[in-house]
Design a binder for this molecule. Structure first.
Ligand code: TNX
Length: 531
């Protein structure tokens, strides 16, 4: 029933009835505020009549009344890992158990999926009345299961980002990679450089002023909203390319120092390549700027990781720049590509030495070198394999398997640039992140995968919805569930059940009443499901 499919599950006869008496009990440390929040959320989302939780202290299940849901957080259950859990749904009682917070949270997501309303098991108000009996023991296949949202090309407001975090959580996607800066806009408030958001968060699109940015408080709100749901937020600040918005705000950071035109009518942000510039990495001022920005970013985002971009630097600019030439001469670098790796290494060292975080970079000049202490995110076929062969950690986001901005069917391709391949639901489901990597699978170097949704051509919430769902559900199963259990037809059946008549969203996001699921119907998504 559940997506992603649990590691082990055994259906049992009978069902647990949700009734007026149903209460959530908590067996965890008394000061476990986060654990208690999980219990409260569960009661709310199940629409229980008595949403308060009862703290038990120690586990004395024998004495509990029938109709009880117990959440146990027991650190001695360490074999479950941080994200694993077990669950039993019996006629009299539901028990969820994990060694820690994330596992307990994901257990509730599984329970809520099991409780998703079905016609035969709901009361007159559409409220769920029973949960089928089952025993589950569950643990993820990969620790890194991500969605990347590009908020630079087009902007999503805070409620929309939160709705995506809800959907990620329901699929046990645990990494939200937030692409906050690019050529087309800068989206995160930086106190020391106010022009980044005063100027570079805005442009003219279709004759209108278009844009927006996240204040630091809003970003913190997103971080804690995600953390509560078992999700780590990884901010991305792009460099040394994909940075024209920053150069528009602060032209002295470019090689030529001339003002750029972004933000004005006439500059086509998505198709006009000429005129794009990289940061001038010959000037110390640029490195200082980037470090200042990253310091402020690290204050807002408390995750262990910061993504520092690294892809697609416009070529040929640095060779023409006296500052960059001087840098290459002094550092003994032969060409622009070596300067690229030098620069990314400087940033990786800064992130690890000063900010005490791990940097992540898009794979780019792998043959020339990989910055130390950096997780490399592959996006072309074979890149993650190469990184693993070099004994380094990687996230495999090979574009033809997981780029969710790609069309999901041939008919959708017409509206897209010619170079974009079709990525049907089934193909995502058949993705094998370990690829043909010899030792990769067991080495721990392959952390998992992440699906990016680039938004150059995705302007509305509806389009975002149609591109991400249901393909993210397929990826969640690839990354969480055992590969031997993968069965596309079975996956589609579960998808249809969870999505009801609308497979576009399988996320049973429930506020207040279990009956109220958030989804949008899209004919195109129906097509995708049939593919
Ligand atoms: C390449 S993937 C990019 C993005 C584009 C995307 C379009 C990557 C690291 N860079 O900037 O948006 O292709 O699909």
């Amino acid at each position: 029933m559940i997506i992603p499919k649990p590691m082990n599950q055994e259906a049992r006869p009978g069902a647990f009835q949700l009734s007026q008496r149903t209460r959530v009990y908590l067996a965890m440390q008394e000061d476990d505020r986060r654990g208690k929040w999980i219990g409260q959320q569960l009661s709310l989302r199940l629409g229980l009549e008595h949403p308060g939780c009862i703290w038990l202290g120690s586990i004395s299940r024998a004495t509990l009344p029938a109709g009880t849901i117990v959440i146990i957080i027991d650190p001695s259950e360490e074999s479950l890992g941080a994200e694993g859990y077990w669950m039993t749904v019996e006629r009299e009682m539901v028990t969820l158990c994990a060694s820690g917070y994330e596992g307990a949270y994901f257990a509730t997501e599984s329970l809520i999926q099991l409780a998703t309303p079905r016609a035969e098991a709901t009361d007159g108000n559409g409220r769920k009345r029973s949960i089928p009996c089952v025993r589950i023991k569950d643990q993820p296949r990969y620790p890194w299961r991500g969605l990347m949202i590009d908020s630079a090309r087009h902007f999503q407001d805070v409620p929309l980002i939160k709705s995506w975090i809800d959907r990620m959580a329901s699929l046990k996607i645990n990494r939200f990679h937030w692409h906050l800066t690019d050529d087309e806009a800068w989206r995160i408030e930086i106190d020391k450089y106010p022009r980044l958001t005063e100027l570079a968060a805005w442009r003219t699109e279709g004759g209108q002023r278009y844009g927006g940015f996240y204040t630091k408080d809003q970003a913190r709100e997103i971080v804690s909203y995600a953390n509560a749901r078992g999700i780590t937020v990884i901010p991305e600040i792009e460099m040394p390319g994909h940075c024209n918005a920053a150069l528009y705000a602060y032209p002295h950071l470019s090689c030529c120092g001339r003002p750029l035109k972004i933000g004005h009518e006439g500059w086509n942000a998505y198709t006009q390549v000429e005129g794009r510039l990289p940061f001038c990495v010959g000037r110390d001022a640029t490195l200082e700027f980037i470090k200042d920005v990253l310091r402020e970013v690290a204050e807002v985002f408390d995750s262990p990781y910061i993504h520092v971009g690294g892809d697609e630097r416009p070529a040929g600019v640095w060779s023409e720049c006296p500052h960059c030439n001087e840098r290459m001469r002094r550092a003994g670098l032969a060409n622009e590509d070596e300067l690229h790796v030098w620069f990314m290494s400087q940033i990786a060292d800064f992130v690890s030495d000063e900010l005490k975080r791990v940097s992540i970079g898009w794979a780019e000049k792998l043959d020339i070198g990989m910055p130390e202490n950096q997780i490399i995110q592959g996006w072309h076929a074979g890149q993650s394999d190469k990184v693993i062969s070099a004994g380094r950690q990687t996230i495999n986001s090979t574009h033809e398997w997981v780029y969710l901005d790609y069309p999901w069917s041939l008919s959708g391709q017409e509206a897209k640039p010619k170079w974009m391949p079709v990525l049907p639901l089934r193909k995502v489901y058949e993705f094998e992140p370990a690829g043909d990597t010899a030792g990769g699978a067991g080495s721990g170097l392959l952390l998992g995968s992440e699906a990016p949704i680039w938004t150059e051509f995705i302007t509305t919430q509806e389009e975002l919805q149609q591109h991400v769902m249901p393909r993210l559900a397929a990826l969640s199963e690839v990354l969480w569930s055992a590969s031997k259990d993968r069965d596309y037809n079975d996956f589609k059946r579960r998808l249809l059940r969870l999505g009801g008549r609308s497979p576009a969203v399988i996320s049973p996001v429930v506020t207040g009443s279990l009956a109220k699921r958030v989804f949008q119907v899209g004919n195109k998504s129906q097509d995708a499901l049939k593919a």
